[in-house]
Design a protein around this ligand. Structure first.
Ligand SMILES: Cc1cc2nc3c(=O)[nH]c(=O)nc-3n(C[C@H](O)[C@H](O)[C@H](O)COP(=O)(O)O)c2cc1C
Length: 194
């Protein structure tokens, strides 16, 4: 049995939708348990994030998948307060050798969201974690229409989704499939390593 934690922040629910797809992918792997966690803005006081229950749950995970919207070309401020709150764990290398992976949503097709995924790689590397790439080819190359193509944005570092910044905006079916693929891949690799 391997435990895969998914921790995300979502301001208006778009990244949360993608987090649910990643969780679905994890659940599709026999023997994988998913721990779904969200960064609650109310737990940020005077700029500092504190949530003992979240960190206790993350400590039990074999893999942690990080998710954040792209805000101003990077992770959201809320996600960053979470990352800053891991400094004590970093000091003791408490997450060393756990698997890590990531996903992000943005409003614009580019939106500079590579910066978000690169930051997640840096965070994972500081913790001595093992970064898991997406491992999916761009489905458009195989002739699939953009709406249903897996990894339509050609992001190999992690999952990228572009979502219209309107109340109805949601990731494409292909983006959801891409999220499920990442969850599945991390869960399968965690099973191999356990
Ligand atoms: C403060 C702020 C900054 C944003 N910066 C960017 C950006 O740099 N690039 C972009 O494409 N979209 C940007 N957006 C749009 C969000 O990335 C997009 O709406 C995202 O899907 C929101 O996800 P959420 O509902 O999980 O918060 C920004 C939105 C906000 C509120």
């Amino acid at each position: 049995m391997s435990k895969i934690a998914i921790i995300h922040h979502s301001g208006s629910g778009k990244t949360k939708m993608l987090a649910e797809a990643v969780a679905e992918g994890v659940r599709g792997v026999v023997g994988a348990e998913v721990i779904e966690l969200a960064i609650d803005s109310k737990k940020i006081v005077d700029g500092r994030y504190k949530d003992e229950a979240v960190f206790a749950a993350l400590a039990t995970a074999d893999a942690i998948i990080f998710g954040s919207p792209t805000y101003m070309g990077m992770v959201s401020g809320q996600f960053k307060t979470f990352a800053d709150a891991t400094a004590g764990i970093w000091f003791g290398q408490g997450w060393k050798n756990k698997l890590a992976a990531g996903f992000t949503t943005s409003g614009s097709p580019s939106g500079d969201k590579q910066g978000t995924l690169q930051y997640l790689v840096t965070l994972a590397s500081q913790h001595g974690m093992i970064w898991v790439s997406l491992g999916e080819m761009n489905g458009i190359y195989a002739g699939h229409p953009e709406a249903t193509a897996i990894n339509r944005l050609g992001s190999f570092t992690g999952v990228m989704s572009q979502v219209a910044p309107t109340p109805e905006g949601r990731p494409t079916e292909g983006d959801f499939a891409t999220g499920r693929a990442l969850g599945r891949r991390v869960a399968e690799l965690a099973a191999k390593l356990s």
